[in-house]
Design a protein around this ligand. Sequence first.
Ligand code: ARG
Length: 615
Amino acid sequence: MTIDPSAALEQRLTDALRAAFGDALPEGASPLLTPAKSTQFGDFQANAAMALGKALGMPPREVAQKIVAAAKVDDIAHPMEIAGPGFINIRLRDAVLAAACDAMDTEALGIDAPQAPRTVVVDLCGVNLAKQMHVGHLRATVIGDAIARLHERLGHRVVRQNHFGDWGLPIAMVTDAVLRAEKAGRIDLATLTLDGLERVYREAQSASAADRAGLAAVKRFGLGPKALAECEEQVLGAMESQQESKTALLRLQGGDKDYQRVWDRISRITLDACFENCRRLHARVDDSATAGESTYRDELADVIRDLESRGVAEASEGALIVRLDELGIKEPLLVRKSDGGFLYATTDLAGIRRRVGKIGADLVVYAVDARQSLHFRQVFAAAKKAGYARTKSGTDAELVHAAFGTVLGEDNRPFKTRSGDNVKLADLLDEAVERAAKAVAEKNPDLSDADRATIAEAIGIGAIKYTDLSSDRLRDYVFSFDRMLAFEGNTGPYLQYALVRILSIFRKAEERFGVRWDDLNGDLRVQTPEEKAIALTLLRYPTTVRSAAETAEPHRLCAYLFDLATAFSAFFAACPVLQAEDEAERASRLRLCRLTGRTLRDGLETLGLIPLERM
Ligand code: ARG
């Protein structure tokens, strides 16, 4: 059962099309139902008549008349009106809206458990060993976590996978460098921080005068961060004698005791710092959600053997590739280098095999930078060609790259510090919280220090997350503390504040009338235009959550919550609640307030934002 009366309307009108035109109806014809442009015309309009008129060779107004005559909607809508060339204007009955809101007013909020829950794997975070999280990881973490929460909210089984970059030549090199630094007494592994670790890494990199021509080319042609990383790896490789880096890799791969000990420790240091950021970000990423590249190390040779023996991969100039032309991709996927080394892509193929085959994924969503688009198109195509995406039911799992754009500084260039370094995520979070604390202290000077700290943390982090989630994820956006921390406009604090306002109405209602959130009596009625507007908005919640999950676009839910908060403001300004005419009206409006509050809270949590009681 769906709560949204527009779904019922859509169905009735679809039936009407069939009844009116029978076999003459073009395939796939739909009523083209949309919300009305202006409330003066009604709540919805059906725009099918124009296109159908063309297809049927009939004046659109006549088409509209036939649809109206055939439609059985009396129980849910007022008589429909035809306007202009053939628009059908529809006004729902108030009682229908009231009944639908009443049905929605439970903890489920109209989102029923799915008949067949799916298993959804979400690839998120994706930090790299010995490196700090920066703004790019912010996006991979926050967007990935929101997508995971959306599917959880719908009742699906969700498995988060942090594809931690903890294996391969560069990692062997860091391990080697740290081991040397330790032996030279320059560092103490027990007290080493991620900052210190990153320094050792950089020193090792710059200690060489390696040929950087390849690197320069990658930068010049903008071949993307992955190519950059792989070239940096080459440069890194060239730094030490070829032999030395190979030795380091062999020692790491071979499980050399010293290497293993150092690698364990530096993995831990990196992950602890990462998890601390994730905890602050209210994103569920921990050890249980982490499956690093190293966890695939014993599966790679097998993947290659399998691809080779079944003819999925073929030799090319000493390397091994999977051709994808037949799948519409010109660039073949390189799965083994001519020196025998495996690649990022090989691990991702093993990842799909494990996620679909072992974890049982029906859907795998990758929250990863848009600059890796080609990589994922290739990997997805190769995985399908190899049969690694095949589920138990015999169909292919859905593989989705939830790509995101770049975070820009106020100068419209990729967000960097003044010295040109990546901005450390932890610093960014600190600054947001500091600024939020100032704003909170100004707004509400009576708060205790402890309350202020908690509220500032929720607002500061929420502001960053909301900005990130609310813009269309493919687009770049400009990072601006002032804009994201504003208490007005489409911001996290504004939505948190909308909920706080509703809760404070209830505190007053309890004081004055003894009514409580948990036991509200009285019918929910929808009468004024503002009540109608908030009801129509509320009822869109279940479909919005569903479409945000399906498209992996959390910004749809953000936009919805902003609409809801705006509709609530208009309702609250126009319709007295605590000063309502009589008890029945007050009770009904309090129920609309509570339903809005429940929906806001649920929506904020579904996005991974922290709802507040006061601020
Ligand atoms: N560590 C990678 C990077 O920094 C991101 C990992 C994304 N996930 C994946 N399955 N490839 O670019």
